[in-house]
Write a protein that binds this ligand. Structure first.
Ligand SMILES: [Zn+2]
Length: 137
């Protein structure tokens, strides 16, 4: 059986080695991206790479679960539907982000900010500190 068939519709984990293909319903084939560098934040639940320390804009954001990171980039995520949400910094359009491997909620993405002072966050991500893992550093 080819790797692309193993996970079809089952959402089963078949390992996180480089190059292994995961397949899910609707999304088609899903590739797990591996980040380079020593300081990588991983999904706490399934330990796939989530973000690089180099992409942190701020460590002083507030998420649902406490402290959160503002990141320029997060990988291995699926993006939920757009939602209007009142955050501590005002009204934003956001999309929740989920680990594409294990489907756990990891934070959200800023789609649109309405205050000029908040516009810089558009396209950036909130990564919940409580849901990430620093592996080996
Ligand atoms: Zn995960």
């Amino acid at each position: 059986m080819s790797p692309s068939v193993w996970g079809l519709g089952l959402g089963v984990s078949i390992g996180i080695e480089t190059g292994i293909i995961r397949a899910r319903q609707k999304m088609g084939r899903l590739y797990i991206q591996h980040l380079s560098g020593e300081k990588i934040y991983k999904c706490k639940f399934c330990k796939v790479d989530s973000a690089s320390h180099d992409d942190i804009v701020s460590k002083d954001f507030q998420g649902r679960y406490g402290r959160a990171y503002l990141m320029k980039n997060v990988v291995n995520i699926s993006i939920g539907p757009k939602e209007q949400r009142h955050l501590t910094s005002g009204l934003h359009t956001v999309n929740d982000i989920y680990c594409s491997s294990c489907q756990q909620l990891l934070g959200w993405r800023y789609e649109k900010a309405y205050e000029d002072s908040e516009k810089y966050k558009e396209g950036m991500y909130i990564l919940e500190k409580e849901r990430t893992l620093k592996d080996g550093w």
